[in-house]
Design a protein around this ligand. Sequence first.
Ligand code: SF4
Length: 471
Amino acid sequence: MNSLHLKSFTRCKRKAWLDFKGKKSYEVWSPHKAIDKINQFQVFSEFCNGKIYTGLKACENGYQGVIGLKIQGNLFQNINAEIRPQLLVKTKGKSKWGQYKYLPAVYKLGHKTTKEHLFDLAFCSMLLESFQESKIEKGLVISTFYKKVKVEEIYLNKKLRKKVLNVLLNLNECLKGSIPEITQDRKKCTICSWQKFCDKEAKENGYLTDIDGIGSKTDSLLKANGITNTQTLASYSEKKLGEKLSKFKDQNYEKASIFIKQAQAYISGEPFFISNKNTEELFEKISSGFYIFDIESNPDEKHDFLYGFLKVNNLSIKKGDLIYEPILNLKKNKGESYRQIIEILFSQKEWPVLHYGETEKISIINIAKELNFNFKEIDSLSSRFIDLHTLIRKSWILPLRNYGLKTVSNWLGFEWVQKNVSGSKALYWWIQYQITGNQIFLKKIIQYNKDDCFATLQIAEYLIKNRLKKN
Ligand code: SF4
């Protein structure tokens, strides 16, 4: 076992097992991992003033920052282990190499220092101590905050070391055993490279967490009441379930009905119609034209790097004739991109702006505030935004695991021009574009955003076409 398995284990036992024993062909490349690696290298490089070197020779030469080292050793009870320190930082002391020693450091995304960081540091220090023949009292957690490198010192005390040793023993047992269960907290799965593999198994076994809105707590609650799979849930009485869902307080009967209908839809593959109140309104509002709007962003930097508009004069126009306009937001031309956005939005003052999810509206309101729009102007602009994600959930229960843009539009038969794409992949391309300046990455991002706009359009068409349907 190695430090990567420990990192996975603290998130999901099954992930550690799959990383160790799983068939690699079932694993999907994760843009998150790649983005993390790039960010990590940039931050470490800044922290060490560019003095980062690779491998054992770098330690022997006493360089400031060392990466890419793999150290094997023996934990107790003859357990072989390997550490892969993210970064070793030279400090005062005495080691087998001379009058200096190294401390382990890890990269942190965001503000919170988690178990993952602490365990990684403690595990690394255990093998590094005997390897460099010098004691390690502390490790470093390195992150950036408003573009500045931040360093937190973590004391690797006895208590922490003991805790990690216990976790390592559990990890060792887990890796020797059979594949662990799928995690109850399926939110963790969204950025996992094994998601496709686990999703398939969850569906085949009727896992309750496959049902939209059922998280780990509701899952346990339902199981405690004898509802162990989607099949049982689908045939359960709404009244009885409502009585059991006391944790939802006043909404328990409503929730019970939604969960049961959601399970029925999921199993049968048939959507369930709720109401046409909102879709009728949508139909009226878009009759004389509308925009579809979608943004691509880097959430860690709070930066929207692309705004895409699709101009739809009416729904009967051929798709190939619609005008799509991408607006790139390079930090240095922010003012220019804002001007273009406002120009588009105000060239058709009455047109509604359809989008999927809440970020697009929030982003435009922030731009309007930055441009000193008054309260009334902001209010009138924001009233033009229609969130199809909210609208579809109020109108339909779909036979799907979630209501994300990809899931819903895929179900409607929409296909992205580029295969296996996602918002995080677009972000990965954006980072690559910034590093290399290669226009290919930009083209890929724009194609992706254009497809997102057309996917949103397909959902709008579905809502309009089926607004008069009854179950
Ligand atoms: S997809 Fe989910 S359950 Fe499967 S390994 Fe990843 S985090 Fe664990």
